[in-house]
Ligand binder design. Structure first.
Ligand code: LIP
Length: 285
């Protein structure tokens, strides 16, 4: 198996960045082609519920990324939201969400992303998330920091905000696709909301993790996100100074409603206490 000392995690980051940018262009082109004559919703199907969509653009974007990795790095593993499931021979695996924020994509809300994470022997080592509409590229490699690069080519080092008080913190969250889970999430939200500055629900876990990294929110939590939603965002948030909690063992198709959260190191202790106090630490059905 590959050892961390034998690999250049920055190469993984930069390789993923190139793929993500190409996939973002493909997504915009295909969306424009469809919506020129049709409603994007007639080019979609549903997965776990009537409100959990997948469009042919999600599928095409994942196929592009998978085919590219298979061509360039044939011994690497690939896990993708839309079905890619290739075991790794090299110890390196790529974790892909071709469109994170699919509902936003369908409705034309400009908050959806391509997320590509790299894992080595089960460790998250590099990640790239691109906001497809804004062309804002978030990237990180373990031990090498996190940056954001804007459409105009300028870049900034990412650092979390350093708020320490949950009462003054802006919190991002999200909700699942089944009525049972949404009901449980609403009960937790009812307890969290009075104890924080405010809540934002923007529809993409990948971008929410990047918002923690850039300080446009102070923390993010959600039950039931999948590894492909946040594999890249975990590295980006951690390299920007955040503490991130994810399941120790994460079965790729698990339907379990386990908790994921990210917060600046300064806020993390109080935020973890807040989540625990409202019963959010456990799983939600
Ligand atoms: C989405 C997540 C989001 C969550 C949505 C959905 P998808 O991923 O990024 O945080 O609240 O329910 O799971 O389905 O758009 O790839």
């Amino acid at each position: 198996m590959v050892g961390m000392t034998e690999i250049n995690v920055r190469e993984f980051r930069d390789y993923a960045a190139g793929l993500a940018q190409q996939a973002a262009s493909l997504i915009l082109t295909k969306r424009a082609e469809i919506t020129a004559t049709d409603d994007i919703r007639s080019h979609s199907q549903t997965k776990t519920s009537a409100v959990d969509p997948v469009t042919e653009v999600d599928t095409a974007a994942e196929a592009f990324i998978v085919d590219s990795i298979h061509r360039d790095r044939p011994d690497d593993g690939i896990i993708g939201e839309e079905g890619a499931d290739i075991p790794s021979k090299s110890g390196v695996s790529w974790v892909i969400d071709p469109i994170d924020g699919t509902v936003n994509f369908m409705y034309g809300l400009g908050e959806y992303a391509v997320s590509i994470g790299a894992m080595v022997d089960g460790q998250y080592v590099a990640g790239v998330v691109i906001n497809v509409v804004k062309q804002t590229l978030y990237s990180a490699a373990v031990g090498h920091g996190a940056t954001v690069t804007y459409r105009d080519g300028t870049s900034t080092i990412l650092r979390c905000r350093q708020e320490t008080d949950p009462q003054l913190s802006l919190i991002a969250t999200g909700f699942g696709y089944t009525q049972t889970r949404r009901s449980g999430q609403a009960k937790i939200l009812q307890e969290v909301l009075p104890q924080v500055r405010d809540i934002r629900r923007m529809g993409s876990a990948a971008l929410d993790m990047c918002r923690v990294a850039e300080g446009t929110v102070d923390a993010y939590y959600e039950h039931g996100v999948k590894i492909w939603d946040v594999a890249a965002g975990i590295v980006i948030a951690r390299e920007a100074g955040a503490q991130v909690r994810v399941p120790e063992v994460w079965e790729k198709n698990s339907a379990r409603g386990t908790l994921v959260w990210a917060a600046s190191a300064e806020l993390a202790p109080a935020f973890e206490r807040l989540l625990s106090s409202v019963g959010a630490n456990g799983e939600i059905d």
